[in-house]
Write a protein that binds this ligand. Sequence first.
Ligand code: NDP
Length: 502
Amino acid sequence: MADEKLTTNKGIPISNDQASMTTGEGSNYTLLQDVQLIEKLAHFDRERIPERVVHAKGAGAHGYFEVTNDLSKYTRAKFLSKVGKRTEIFSRMSTVGGERGSADAKRDPRGFAVKFYTEEGNYDLVGNNIPIFFIRDAIKFPDFIHTQKRHPSNNLANADMFWDFLSLTPESLHQATFLFTDRGTPQNYRHMDGFSSHTYMWYNEKDEYVWVKYHFKTSQGNRTLTNDESIKMCGENPDHATEDLYNSIETGDYPQWDVYVQIMTNDEAKEYKFDPFDVTKVWYHGDYPLIPLGKMVLNRNPENYFVEVEQVAFAPSNFVPGISPSPDRLLQGRLFAYEDTQRHRLGPNHHQIPINRAKNAKINNYQRDGPMDVDDNGGSTPNYYPNSQGGPVQDISFKPPAVEVQAVIDKHTRPVEDVDFVQVGEFWRRVLNNTDKNNLVGNIVGHLGNAQERIQYRQTSLFYRAEPEYGTRVGEGLGLDIKRVKMLAEMSQEDRVEATKI
Ligand code: NDP
């Protein structure tokens, strides 16, 4: 490298990169004809591409996925076809709400995205470290994210808008509860699980299909920060999780996750005790145990952060044969929004950027041109279909199974029902130990206490509705009147909103 000569972006040798071309020594006028200076400044001016609206801050690494259990009777996906089969992957883990320079340790869900470079094209699983989500209809997503960001007037985080939205959107209660346990502040990216959260379809060669959820269980063990530790870490080292992932791989301590699926048949889905495609709920392990599928190992750091981690483009719409979407309404919206974001961020030819290329499959189609078309653009081959010039042809054998639906087209509102509170109660009663509960209550009180009192009442009554002990402890921590909390908990959501309006 040291012997290489400095050049412009056009490869022209540079004689002096330390001085501009001026009209004389000392302070003097700089000439427009210093094209090298112009190129350097103009390129610098354009260094930033649009920041992701969500998941702006992240870390990524290369690795592999290996099948450890043959589930090929359920899916025809070739990368899952036999035990021992390895597929190259790239994974990006991230926080959600903060900007590109924000602190890794903040309380926030963590993104958990994996790109599988399969021989049938790239498959993306774009999940989180929490198995559920705050909302279950994509039309609420922009509003939800606005409330997690900055206030329009003063550009500050705002507890009122955060809790106002959540308390007006009771289906968020399950994930809000998860977020305020210490799992909302994982120790780093290696010590957390990953989940598809959504349900997906798997189908086999015979067009038989089942529904699946993916679980990535960390082999390093789940480790978390307390609220105080996370606040301290934000100040001491805002990049601690990025650094931890990088350094562990650099020193050969490769992080690993065991990958499992839960599998539900279509008949079972029709009968399950709640809507199995509702992303605010889990499938109970007791009903649908985790079935081993494979392992994921991260063993190579990116050479260049911008080229690989910033430019990597994940989209849950990237399926391979054998895998399809489910009628999860949030997923249905994400199928559009992620690819659309990448078109905006990186352009319509983002699939040509090396990190996004289908490395192990050939791209054959009639799409042409567009900004930054840097491959051979189909050369001189035909650019229309059908053609009789020997161009690539469709293959009906890759068709996903037909799915029957009975349709009544409408803006179908999903009312909040008793069943929406059940899993929050189960989580409190069956899963959390005393320390977890103490920390959960303390973490909520510390945050919700910054919101207006009427919002505190509305939100606390939702905790109470899920589990009286939970709501009582939060209410006591906030110094609320528990009788009023109980009264609000027993109301319909409409009455509760009316009773807590300004
Ligand atoms: P189980 O009782 O079989 O298992 C409890 C689950 O909770 C485990 O996956 C465990 O993860 C996870 N967990 C433990 N502590 C925490 C915590 N502090 N924050 C978040 N997750 C934690 O679960 P069930 O299937 O019977 O469901 C009971 C409740 O558990 C559900 O209502 C749901 O709230 C919650 N849950 C369920 C999951 C599922 O996919 N079924 C997944 C995660 C939570 P680990 O093994 O890594 O400790």
